[in-house]
Design a protein around this ligand. Structure first.
Ligand SMILES: [Zn+2]
Length: 261
């Protein structure tokens, strides 16, 4: 993979984001080239303004460690606040969201799905869990994680998030809550369940629609498989199986039949 002047597409966007190039246009022009040179200069790489395997590899490794750190920070921050015996609020309907303000600062989103799988596989469960519920946020696919969190905190006055894991349309994720602490996913079921959600699930008119991206489909399934390794025999259910809701806008039972053998 080589990105250079004239290259375009999602990888160029990723590169621009990584190098803080503004605007993030997806087109590799002189500004991006200079940013690549600057990065190469700072990091002792050959300075040619071309992002080849060495430069891209270097950027990727640096990003990975940044995001791995941020995941650790989140986990460390959450752990002391919640113990497995903490009072459960047990509120329902995390996705009754309505209009979201997307102007606030974006939450840290890890773009590497391997990090999510590693994260899940490393979790030591100390509470008894028997079900993983799958959700959608019932928002625009581009709704920001921060706006969703703010809705829970400020509008619903929740102290806990609605889900443990939230997956963005472009395949990133946020780990919002330690698995050992419940979240407000489905009232009456939260003490023994995990909640995982994708951003989206409605069409332009607010009607239920399975608009998961390929990334979201894959990551949801992989995450569920990892969770199955943590809790053998865990039930996989859609929110709509226990509430009068369309969430997650697809049939979880048929979707994951092959995982339930
Ligand atoms: Zn739901």
């Amino acid at each position: 993979m080589i990105l250079r002047r004239g290259s375009s597409g999602v990888l160029v966007r990723n590169l621009q984001q990584a190098l803080n190039v503004s605007p993030v246009s997806g087109t590799f022009g002189p500004v991006t080239e200079e940013a690549v040179r600057q990065y190469q200069r700072t990091n002792g790489l050959k300075v040619d303004g071309v992002a080849g395997p060495k430069t891209l590899g270097h950027i990727l490794n640096r990003q990975r460690s940044v995001f791995t750190e941020s995941i650790k920070e989140v986990v460390d921050k959450i752990k002391p606040l919640h113990t497995p015996t903490a009072t459960i609020e047990d509120k329902d309907d995390p996705e009754e969201i309505g209009n979201l303000d997307s102007t606030i600062e974006e939450a840290k989103i890890c773009p590497f799905e391997e990090e999510l799988m590693l994260l899940i596989s490393g979790i030591k469960l100390t509470r008894r869990i028997d079900t993983v519920f799958v959700h959608c946020t019932a928002t625009n696919q581009n709704a920001t994680v921060s706006s969703i969190q703010r809705y829970w905190r400020e509008t619903l006055k929740w102290n806990s998030p609605g889900y443990h894991i939230l997956i963005t349309a472009d395949g990133g994720f946020t780990y919002l809550q330690d698995f050992n602490s419940p979240t407000n996913g489905v009232a009456g079921h939260n003490a023994r369940s995990l909640h995982i959600s994708y951003i989206g699930g409605i069409d332009r008119n607010g009607r239920p629609m399975d608009n998961r991206t390929e990334d979201q489909k894959r990551i949801l399934e992989r995450a569920i498989s990892e969770i199955q390794k943590l809790v053998s025999g865990i039930k996989i259910r859609g929110h709509n199986e226990v509430s009068k809701k369309a969430c997650p806008s697809f049939n979880v039972l048929t979707e994951y039949t092959h995982l339930l053998k």
